[in-house]
Design a protein around this ligand. Structure first.
Ligand SMILES: *Cc1c(COP(=O)(O)O)cnc(C)c1O
Length: 442
């Protein structure tokens, strides 16, 4: 199936449309320079260098509040848990813990970061399709609220672990069973997880078997079911179908309906708002699941994507007919979403945003310095007279960029900087060449 985000955007955006992709609160100075969280981009680049990832802290807190409060208003017994693989750094865990959110982890590393970031262990949900004994032990010892059973080996390992570590009179561990509902949302194959043949979860017949086994367990307490059908989903209907699928497996005290709401990356994307998503989801829950059931959701991408802006410096511009090649100082090392999923990103010359509204600009391809033709940040975008030394801003880079960043070509991973009320504060420093050699043994 063709992924809708691979088509080139036909529109030439006005300055207003462009600002609409940046975090709320982004503005332009009279000279056309972007301000992120009140901080002029030229100052941000001078102070923190490029490439760098800037997070509008207010935008992130606001989004967390819309999720947590919006869910609580619709279902009082509920929890919004951040699917932390979308942005696993301690500053983000800390911020979301302050906002009262729970956290999803999918590895021992994410668990360690969540705990270091001050997450209440009772609000941690433990995921993974290949949980090692070490990971499960760390989760149990930390007092993680829920472990999501993905397979029968999870049950065996957890049973043994509880028997060994907590003795006969010990506590029980709350668990959910992850159901594969055989739903294929319209998104990229690599981020579709709920279809038949998925490596995640159990199809209904096997889920029923796991439920029966867990009901007979003395140490594992079956609280309910989990379902997560994929990522970057741009309409509400697949989520409603997922609720219907879990409803057929019986009545439970807890339902965790996963994440997956899409972010608005391009002018053409029209994802449901958080509120429209919550309306559709809770309407389906009210209609199909037990009245008193506790509801959990796990937004990842839609929690953090739109709070992020990446800044790059133009190194060289090549004009040879067709798209102008604008090569910048970062690329697939710090944003792998394009190469991995064909995700489309827009871009703008960050110091001349006001002029974008004046004309069509130049059809450009923003590329990185890595040794692959797939090293693209933004294809088919219109930029105003891009020149070496210009700053290029790529909006909506808060999700899965930090977590998928890599050292291809021994690139140093960029810093993360929180911006708020005109002040910028680094929360992850830039990697150095010494960092690149830190694990090398003589
Ligand atoms: C990745 C993941 C999520 C979050 O998905 P997003 O598309 O980032 O919202 C939620 N739950 C589970 C189990 C996941 O694996």
């Amino acid at each position: 199936m063709a992924h809708r985000t691979t088509t080139a955007a036909p529109v030439d955006p006005s300055g207003d449309a462009l600002l609409g992709l940046f975090p709320p609160g982004t503005s332009t100075a009279p000279d056309g320079g972007l301000r992120i969280g009140g901080c002029p981009v030229t100052e941000l680049a001078a102070r923190h260098g490029t490439p760098a990832l800037f997070i509008d802290e207010r935008a992130l807190r606001d989004r967390a509040g819309r999720y947590a409060d919006g869910l609580a208003a619709r279902r009082p017994d509920s929890m919004a848990a951040f699917a932390s693989k979308a942005f696993p750094c301690t500053a983000v865990y800390r911020l979301l813990a302050e906002e009262g959110l729970g956290v999803d982890v999918a590895s021992g590393g994410e668990l360690a970061l969540a705990l270091a970031g001050g997450t209440d262990p009772a609000k941690v949900i433990v995921h993974g399709n290949a949980k090692t004994e070490d990971y499960l032990r760390a989760a149990v010892e930390a007092g993680a609220g829920l472990v999501v059973i993905d397979n029968f080996d999870d049950i065996d390992r957890l049973e043994h672990l509880m028997a060994r570590t907590h003795g006969a009179g010990g506590r029980t561990q709350g668990v959910l069973v992850r159901v594969t509902p055989d739903i294929r949302p319209d998104t990229h194959e690599a981020v579709s997880t709920g279809q038949r043949g998925s490596k995640f979860g159990l199809l209904p017949p096997q889920a029923r078997e796991a439920i029966a086994r867990l009901r007979g367990s003395a140490r594992l307490r079956l609280d309910g079911l989990h379902v997560h059908i994929g990522s970057q989903i741009l309409d509400t209907e697949p989520f409603v179908r997922a609720v219907a699928a879990v409803a057929e497996l019986g009545r439970f005290p807890v339902y965790d309906l996963g994440g997956g709401l899409g972010a608005r990356y391009t002018y053409d994307d029209r994802p449901p708002t958080v509120e429209a998503y919550l309306d559709a989801l809770t309407a389906a829950v009210d209609a199909l699941l037990p009245a008193g059931a506790r509801l959990i959701i796990e937004p990842g991408r839609s929690m953090v994507a739109e709070a992020g802006v990446s800044l790059y410096r133009v190194v060289t511009v090549k004009r040879a007919g067709g798209e102008t090649m604008v090569a910048v100082d970062g690329g697939m090392g710090d944003n792998l979403e394009v190469a991995l999923y064909g995700q489309r990103f827009e871009a703008a010359v960050a110091t001349r945003v006001h002029r974008t509204s004046g004309g069509p600009g130049e059809l450009c391809r923003v590329v990185g310095p890595h040794c692959e033709s797939g090293d693209v940040l933004s294809a088919g975008v219109h930029l105003q007279d891009p020149r070496p030394g210009d700053l290029i801003a790529v909006p909506v880079t808060g999700a899965y960029t930090y977590s998928l960043a890599n050292n291809y070509n021994a690139a140093c991973r960029p810093p993360v900087v929180f911006c708020r009320d005109g002040r910028s504060r680094p929360v992850v420093r830039r990697e150095t060449h010494a960092d690149l050699m830190r694990r090398d043994l003589p």
